[in-house]
Design a protein around this ligand. Structure first.
Ligand code: GLU
Length: 371
């Protein structure tokens, strides 16, 4: 039996596929999910909702046929649909005496410490006065083209869970569990009830690139799990159309797949890990072994620099001969300076860059490993 009795803060993510029926927002479903969520809120238990559906609802309202690929049209549809979506939630929750608030996010808002603190104050205040925050991406202003988009609400929900220190993220979608293979292609595929670590085996269950199952959204869900688990937040993936699914998950019923959490990283470590990187440094195997032993990253171990970034930026780190990202770090050298000193001994930094410059690329506490 699962035990969620000590969960104080819970994020429920509601995906487009479960919200809609025949391409229309299913208001009966919204009413059911509102009743479900309202039933488990209490003075000790705070709920936040991350919802999709704005673009689809806007498209229907103004008569634009899906799929909508043009970025500006998606933005326009989101602007039309978001208030309609909120209105549906507002009436559904009002029936249970719950007031709701709209919170729209971009990746920049979460990455930037100042705007994130503003956001946190607002959300904490809403939760403190018993209002339910309903969040979505601010699709009208964030686009993948300018790097400000989350891309999908799966990752947005995990970042929200991480930022508010949630104990549990419940992802409601039209997939009832993570399976050992693609259940549509393989009759032997069976659902996994508990996943204790995101091993290569588990990741391959989500389907390799190009498999039809991979486009079914499981990969983005596992990316979200990877974010949540480092924040000490467990995740349950369940079918949103199950009756009273949120209350039953919380009561410990074995519904869907439970992903266990790891030790919670500090806020600063999570910020380094989850921010969009401004560039990439590639290091040699020796330097990687050294930083693994909690030593600083020195210019001598850097073999390649990608991108243009300032000192203080967050960049990703890979090891030569592999494109796999192994860590993220705060660089104390801007990209141009790093290119000038890479491969050189720290004692040469002053003569190359001028006196008083940092001789290391990153200290151990500024490096967070991805595994
Ligand atoms: N933010 C989008 C919307 O509300 C949905 C993104 C997603 O479903 O992942 O329409």
């Amino acid at each position: 039996m699962r035990d969620f009795s000590n969960c104080r803060r819970i994020v429920v993510k509601i995906g487009t596929n479960v919200l809609t029926r025949n391409e229309r927002l299913d208001s009966q479903f919204v009413e059911a999910v509102a009743a479900d969520i309202a039933s488990i809120r209490s003075a000790q238990r705070q709920l936040l909702v991350v919802t999709s559906g704005a673009i689809g609802m806007g498209a229907r309202e103004i008569g634009v046929a899906p799929p909508i690929r043009q970025v500006s049209m998606r933005q326009a549809c989101a602007a039309v649909g978001q208030p309609l979506l909120m209105n549906t939630y507002r009436s559904a929750f009002a029936a249970h005496g719950v007031s709701v608030a709209q919170v729209l996010l971009t990746r920049e808002v979460l990455n930037n410490r100042r705007s994130y603190l503003n956001l946190r104050n607002a959300v904490e205040t809403l939760l403190g006065i018993g209002v339910l925050p309903i969040m979505n991406e601010n699709d009208s202003v964030s686009t993948a083209e300018i790097g400000s988009a989350f891309g999908d609400n799966d990752q947005l929900s995990a970042l929200v869970a991480s930022k508010v220190d949630a104990d549990l993220l419940i992802m409601l979608s039209d997939i009832d569990a993570l399976y050992t293979g693609d259940p549509r292609l393989n009759s032997e595929a069976r659902p996994l009830r508990t996943v204790s670590a995101l091993t290569d085996d588990v990741l391959s269950s989500a389907g390799g690139a190009g498999s039809s199952f991979a486009t079914g959204g499981m990969r983005t869900k596992l990316k979200a799990v990877a974010i949540a688990e480092r924040a000490g937040c467990r995740v349950v993936l369940a079918h949103g159309r199950e009756n009273a699914v949120v209350a039953r998950v919380l009561a410990g019923e074995e519904i869907g797949t439970l992903f266990l959490a790891r030790d919670r990283l500090s806020n600063r470590e999570r910020w380094i890990l989850n921010s969009a990187p401004a560039g990439r440094v590639v290091v040699d195997a020796g330097a990687f072994a050294a930083i693994r032993r909690r030593n600083s990253l020195l210019p001598t171990g850097v073999v390649h620099v990608d991108g243009t970034f300032a000192a203080g930026a967050i960049v990703e780190l890979a090891v030569a001969d592999s494109s796999k990202v192994r860590a993220r770090l705060i660089t104390s050298l801007a990209s141009g300076d790093l290119v000038s000193v890479m491969g050189r001994h720290s004692s040469q930094v002053a003569s190359l860059l001028g006196p008083g410059r940092k001789e290391i690329v990153a200290r151990p506490e500024e490096i967070v490993f991805i595994d």
